[in-house]
Design a protein around this ligand. Structure first.
Ligand SMILES: Nc1ncnc2c1ncn2[C@@H]1O[C@H](COP(=O)(O)OP(=O)(O)OP(=O)(O)O)[C@@H](O)[C@H]1O
Length: 370
């Protein structure tokens, strides 16, 4: 449980942040300059808020009213930065051992477990200078975990990596987020990462936190377009793998009665999965279409239509009790006479759901890469 309610100042910016999260992965999402790093620095004890309180799993790290302000060491917050910041003169193993020594206490996490979790086994004798960016970040995460933190902050750990390296490390992050057993605060301005990894999403915009809540609910909010970015907006659908069609390279996912076909998913029948469907990849029709290449067509009910000006409308549809987001032109809304409560058919191109948009989950809230 992470409970933050603080006011602070960084340069000219006033930071006013208040959110609660019940554990797992909490993502702090906002554009550049929104105050993400400043807020994490206040949680870690590197900056001091003017007012308020911060607690993790019932332990108060900061409470201005009660005069509590734990030192960085006593807060036990593991911090992974954009650049890995490894000790360059120490091997990977020595970097990990050092962290273990620095944070040593009874119950410290097992080194082998961390090495296995992050796939570091064949890197242990290497020097940081010989590692790729993604490998360095995995070592940095391992080092932070071995310091036995009560909270792990990851501040845009993929920001300095190219897309190929990001794709390499994301599966490890997926596993980490499931298995770490400690709350994680994940800072990002990538909606894809946030949708894939988080349980709770906190929006940070111009130094304030206008909204926070379960990630699926937050991604369905059309009033947060400015903060979450319109182009990449989308909703989450959760379901179970129902069938694998190797001949066509397609996987059927049951989303509560309806079947969604997506390309080639390395999953087993029965696996739980989370899919992010971008609003711009969803079309609406008044009737089930015929003679169309789009394979996914579902009955849905419109729950809301955004009333903004401009060429596009954001439409939320209820599909088998889950919320899907569609972006179509306002002209189409008028032509089709769409309104909340109207039944429609939603159309999703299978190819729109690429690898980066999907996660396999094991158990409640647990996520493993595909
Ligand atoms: N030491 C400082 N002195 C003055 N202003 C600062 C300082 N650190 C940050 N700021 C300002 O505070 C604001 C928030 O910065 P912060 O680094 O927290 O944002 P961010 O959301 O992490 O951005 P990014 O995604 O670009 O890292 C920015 O306007 C920044 O210029």
């Amino acid at each position: 449980m992470l409970d933050v309610d603080i006011t602070g100042r960084v340069g000219a910016m006033e930071l006013q942040a208040a959110f609660k999260s019940s554990g797992g992965v909490t993502s702090l999402f906002g554009q550049s300059g929104a105050g993400k790093t400043s807020l994490t620095n206040m949680i870690a004890g590197l900056l001091t808020p003017l007012r308020g309180r911060i607690s993790v799993n019932g332990t108060t790290l900061f409470d201005a009213g009660k005069g509590i302000n734990l030192s960085v060491q006593k807060r036990r917050v593991g911090h992974v930065f954009q650049d890995a910041r490894l000790f360059p003169h120490l091997s990977v193993k020595a970097n990990l051992t050092y962290a273990r020594w620095a944070g040593r206490r009874p119950g410290t996490r097992d080194m082998d477990e961390v090495v296995d979790l992050l796939g570091l086994g064949n890197l242990l004798e290497r020097m940081p200078g010989t590692l790729s960016g993604g490998e360095k970040q995995r070592v940095a995460i391992g080092r932070a975990l071995l310091s036995d933190p009560r909270l792990l902050i990851m501040d845009e750990p993929l920001a300095n990596l190219d897309q190929a390296r990001r794709n390499d490390i994301l599966p490890y992050l997926d596993r980490l987020c499931v298995e770490a057993g400690i709350p994680i605060l994940y800072v990002s301005h990538s909606i894809e990462e946030v949708a894939r990894l988080s349980n709770t999403l906190v929006i940070l915009s111009e130094g304030t936190t206008p909204a926070f809540g379960p990630v699926a609910d937050m991604l369905a909010r059309t009033d947060l377009g400015k903060a979450t970015g319109r182009h990449e907006a989308g909703g989450l659908l959760e379901g179970k793998v129902a069938r694998i069609n190797p001949d066509w390279g397609l996987t059927d996912v049951d989303i509560g009665g309806a079947v969604l076909q997506i390309p080639d998913m390395a999953a087993e029948v029965g696996d739980a999965v989370r899919l992010r469907i971008r609003a711009r990849d969803v079309a609406l029709a008044l009737y089930p279409p015929e003679g169309l290449s789009i394979r996914n067509a579902f009955e849905a009910t419109i729950s809301s239509i955004s009333s903004e000006t401009g060429p596009y409308a954001e439409i939320l549809c209820s599909v088998q009790g889950q919320t899907l987001r569609a972006r179509i032109t306002r002209a189409s809304v008028a032509d089709l006479d769409l309104y909340p409560g109207r039944n429609v058919t939603v159309l999703i191109k299978s190819v729109a759901i690429d690898r980066r948009q999907r996660t396999q989950m094991h158990g409640e809230g647990a996520k493993v890469p595909l």
